[in-house]
Design a protein around this ligand. Structure first.
Ligand code: FPP
Length: 249
């Protein structure tokens, strides 16, 4: 009776969390390992990205069910353009598929707001159009916000923010940290409390370099398509324990 066992594990991990205690309000995820997941199964890398998209959908739903206010997903980095054109085109088409199919309606029905961070002007016009449509559709929603980082890089985020900030301020000596960060792609949004990276890599890889300054980092060897609710609970549990230890110190 495997399903009973899985259900029990789920329940037990969830039970270790004090849901009235310290919880991350904003989780950021580096969804890494799609390619390796596919290659290990003798599949093309595109199959890994497709499976990764399904996991991404489920993760949005899990976070929503568990009361997470904001979720940022690293979906396409500024470095990803260096991949073979075929792979880049496949990921871009997945975005269109995601925003045009029923998922978006489901997000909207669940009062979820969608935003994109990064320089989306580099994507084909139809992709940008599809992104804007979903942002407009969900703009008034007040439940969880999902930020998709697309053509996002922490360094280019900081550089574009410097340009905008200096343009706005004649006297650069007046620029404070608080003033500067308003110009980042993330603007007034809260910084991530917990940053999760799958696939065993333990680097920030140019993700939210400024914003993750105080985030708790949590790594798992599991490839992104295999990420699941137990792992999310394990990450939240660790986050909570670290916060409690910091209070005791
Ligand atoms: C990292 O794995 C994953 C990506 C570069 C792409 C992630 C994209 C999705 C999950 C779908 C995006 C869809 C929308 C709607 C935003 P990797 O390819 O670097 O894996 P590897 O490290 O094993 O090669």
């Amino acid at each position: 009776m495997k399903w009973l066992c899985v259900h029990k594990e789920d329940h037990d991990i969830r039970k270790t969390i004090d849901w009235n205690g310290y919880l991350p309000k904003h989780i950021a995820i580096m969804m890494d390992g799609n390619g390796r997941w596919a290659t290990r199964r003798g599949l093309p890398r595109s199959a890994g990205h497709y499976a990764g998209m399904q996991t991404m959908r489920e993760t949005i739903s899990m976070c929503h069910r568990n009361g997470i206010a904001s979720l940022t997903l690293y979906a396409f980095s500024t470095e990803n353009w260096k991949r073979p054109k075929e792979e880049v085109d496949y990921i871009i088409n997945l975005v269109i598929e995601f925003v045009e199919d029923a998922t978006v309606l489901e997000l909207n029905q669940n009062n979820i707001k969608v935003e994109f961070i990064g320089d989306i002007s580099k994507f084909p016009l139809d992709t940008q159009e599809a992104m804007r449509k979903v942002v407009d559709l969900t703009q008034a929603n007040s439940g969880m916000t999902v930020y998709f980082a697309m053509n996002y890089g922490g360094k280019s985020d900081i550089v574009q923010a410097i340009k905008l900030c200096v343009e706005e301020h004649n006297d650069v000596s007046k620029i404070s940290e608080a003033e500067f960060e308003k110009f980042l792609y993330t603007g007034h949004n809260p910084a991530p409390d917990l940053l999760i990276r799958t696939s065993g890599e333990k680097r920030l890889s140019n993700f939210l370099l400024w914003q993750a300054a105080y985030a708790e980092l949590w790594f798992t060897d599991v490839m992104w398509p295999d990420f699941n609710e137990q792992l999310l609970y394990a990450a939240i549990h660790d986050y909570q324990q670290r916060k409690l230890r910091a209070l005791d110190a």
